[in-house]
Design a protein around this ligand. Structure first.
Ligand SMILES: NC(=O)CC[C@H](N)C(=O)O
Length: 251
């Protein structure tokens, strides 16, 4: 019996898409024999066209430069299909760093006129929260759900955003703030009251204020401020495939 294939796409317009591809392949290759990750039949593809996106069951949007990714997506006719994929079809999506910015309904410190958002995550993220490239840092992030609690997850933050506001609630649209770019509203949003889970906040580290939200999940949309594909650790990729891609594809 051939197992059904699950196609995992990686948006490959700009940024760290090759690193995500290799992490997903390693996470699958290292799955314990007989586990659902091991026995599933995955295909990992790079996505550059609407046709490739249509063949994907789930998608990773990598870190890089969100303005560049959104510009290329617009020019290649991918922006609207991406909005459809995430917000209407609600297929599992994971955005890291620039990917998190693109998936947010609102972004502050964003380039007005130079930045289109895909939207879907009812949050406002703040771009470049920690400052410039030189202010990049690494820290041990508590992510107990990836297993091995005594083996902390090293998170790499490069000109990273944070989630500065959760937008579900009474004041979601009341607050019109300068310097904020918004994803266009879609009819499907009216019915969406899926809770946002805060998955991880920054611990006290290197003089940074503790508590900044750096990982969130809202239904099928998962977003992280950091770059899990830039360390050798593949646990978060394995978790995403297991919890967000495989469990959803069974529904
Ligand atoms: N490492 C990253 O993805 C950086 C994101 C970048 N600051 C942006 O706004 O797109």
């Amino acid at each position: 019996m051939t197992r059904p294939e699950i196609t995992v796409g990686i948006l490959a317009l700009q940024g760290a898409f090759l690193e995500h591809k290799s992490h997903l392949q390693k996470a699958i290759g290292r799955a314990s024999p007989g586990s659902s990750l091991d026995t599933a039949n995955f295909e990992i593809i790079e996505v550059r066209t609407p046709e490739q996106l249509a063949s994907a069951d789930s998608l990773v949007i990598p870190g890089g430069e969100s303005t560049a990714i959104s510009l290329i997506a617009e020019r290649t006719g991918l922006l609207e299909p991406l909005r459809q994929f995430v917000r209407v079809d609600r297929k599992p999506v994971w955005g890291t760093c620039a990917g998190l910015i693109l998936l947010s309904d609102e972004a502050s410190k964003a380039k007005k006129g130079g930045q289109e958002l895909i939207g879907g995550l009812h949050v406002r993220c703040q771009r470049n929260h920690f400052g410039r490239q030189a202010e990049s840092f690494e820290c041990n992030l508590p992510l107990p759900f990836v297993g091995e609690e005594d083996h902390p997850f090293k998170a790499v933050f490069i000109r990273a955003p944070i989630v500065e506001k959760i937008l579900i609630g009474a004041d979601a649209t009341a607050d019109v703030t300068e310097g904020v770019v918004r994803a266009p509203k879609m009819d499907c949003d009216l019915f969406d009251r899926t809770e946002i889970e805060v998955i991880s906040s920054l611990p006290q580290t290197q003089g940074k204020e503790a508590g900044d939200i750096v990982a969130v999940r809202q239904g099928n949309i998962f977003g992280t401020s950091f770059h899990p594909e830039l360390t050798p650790d593949v646990r978060l990729h394995a978790w995403w495939l297991q919890e967000c891609v495989l469990s959803r594809s069974k529904e």
